[in-house]
Design a binder for this molecule. Structure first.
Ligand SMILES: *Cc1c(COP(=O)(O)O)cnc(C)c1O
Length: 380
């Protein structure tokens, strides 16, 4: 079956008892055993829940994984992945990553004696040079956040494996519609299900999917032992969102391409960062690695610095001023003051996240209305 069909049918079998086309939401926390010590398929809802299992089955299929696990948030999923590392292990992560991941690595993972360093993952040579004997996990995000940098997943997988490490890819921005990292050699794929998978700004969730069964089992052990599972109600919302994921993603990509091209030609805008534009340094790899679209996230720098960027994000009428992304409503934000405020300022500037940078998440509204909104907000 093709992707769109699997998104609707895998993990969504009709209810055997009633014929309901949508499986019921199983809220029970515990399950009756036939006899003491005789375990059924489910015994306790942290260890396994039918509604969560349905979502996990869908995501394993869409990501070509041996199995997937649903967490209470994207950060909970990333945290579980970092727990594969023990004291003395090293995590090598990309520079252009989600602000919360940066914080988790530098202020939480390090407390357990895990070493963390960052590298520009767009350059495979630098990645190879920065690998250490102790590197257990290479972590990257493509398109990166917020600079939309493109990392060659297949090249990073080769480097990680040559050094005896695992490659994990945060696939939140492209979603499995556009990129399936496990098919390119990655070992773990991670999602903030809060974004495109859910798609409607009404649920928090996270996903880990592993290429190999053994790694999936390790991650399952960590998830069950630490407990940050996705609730049945929230699992249902993410499952519902995934049914329209392909349709939403492709339509949002199309609008984003239109808006990026328009921004690129507007003199009030200094620089546009969108992998679909030919002038983007990662355009070639993105074309090879992304399936029929370049995502619906765009960053751009305005003429006039911090104050002008601040004024812009506060002047749009359709684009709402909020962090997060990936839903039907368009959002706008200023990374320096919002999504990446958890970076130390020197680090932020060193990473190219300037004060005049603006990031937009293009939603499902009509692209003409979105262009008009940005144009009026850019002002004179
Ligand atoms: C939002 C986000 C996360 C964190 O996910 P939460 O669901 O907010 O915990 C991680 N990575 C990326 C790329 C994100 O956009």
């Amino acid at each position: 079956m093709k992707f769109r069909t699997r998104a609707i049918h895998v993990g969504n079998q009709k209810d055997a008892q009633t014929g309901a086309v949508v499986p019921p939401i199983h809220v029970a926390s515990t399950y009756v055993q036939e006899a003491a010590g005789e375990w059924g398929e489910y015994d306790y809802s942290r260890s396994g829940n039918p509604t969560r299992a349905n979502l996990e089955e869908t995501m394993a299929s869409l990501e070509s994984a041996a199995g997937s696990l649903a967490f209470s948030s994207g950060m909970a999923a990333i945290h579980a992945a970092t727990l594969l590392c023990k004291a003395g292990d090293h995590i090598l992560a990309g520079r252009d990553i989600y602000g919360g991941t940066y914080r988790l690595l530098h202020q939480v993972a390090n407390r357990a004696g895990v070493d963390v360093s960052l590298v520009d993952t767009t350059d495979p040579n630098q990645v190879r040079e920065q690998m250490r004997d102790t590197t257990r996990l290479l972590w990257c995000e493509t398109p990166g956040n917020p600079l939309m940098s493109i990392t060659d997943v297949a090249a990073c997988a080769e480097i990680a494996h040559a050094g005896g490490a695992l490659l994990a890819v945060d696939n939140t921005f492209p979603s499995p519609v556009l990129t399936r990292p496990l098919e390119l050699g990655a070992d773990i794929v991670m999602h903030s299900a809060t974004k495109y998978l859910g798609g409607h700004s009404d649920v928090l969730g996270g996903i880990l999917a592993a290429r190999e069964k053994e790694l999936h089992d390790d991650l399952y052990f960590i998830q069950n032992a630490t407990g940050a599972v996705l609730s049945p109600f929230d699992s249902f919302l993410v499952s519902r969102g995934i049914k329209t994921l392909d349709l939403r993603m492709r339509s949002q990509c199309e609008s984003a391409a239109t808006i990026a091209t328009w921004l690129d030609s507007d003199p009030r805008v200094e620089r546009v960062l969108y992998p679909g534009l030919e002038n983007h340094p990662g355009h070639e790899i993105a074309t090879a690695q992304m399936d029929g679209g370049f995502g619906a996230m765009i960053s751009f720098e305005v003429q006039g610095g911090f104050e002008k960027a601040k004024q812009l994000v506060e002047s749009t009428r359709l684009f709402q001023l909020a962090v997060s992304l990936g839903a039907v409503e368009s959002l706008i934000e200023q990374p320096a003051a919002m999504s990446h405020a958890s970076y130390a300022r020197e680090d932020r500037l060193a990473h190219g996240i300037t004060d005049s940078l603006v990031r937009i998440s293009v939603g499902l509204e009509d692209s003409d209305d979105l262009v008009e909104d940005l144009s009026q907000a850019l002002g004179e």
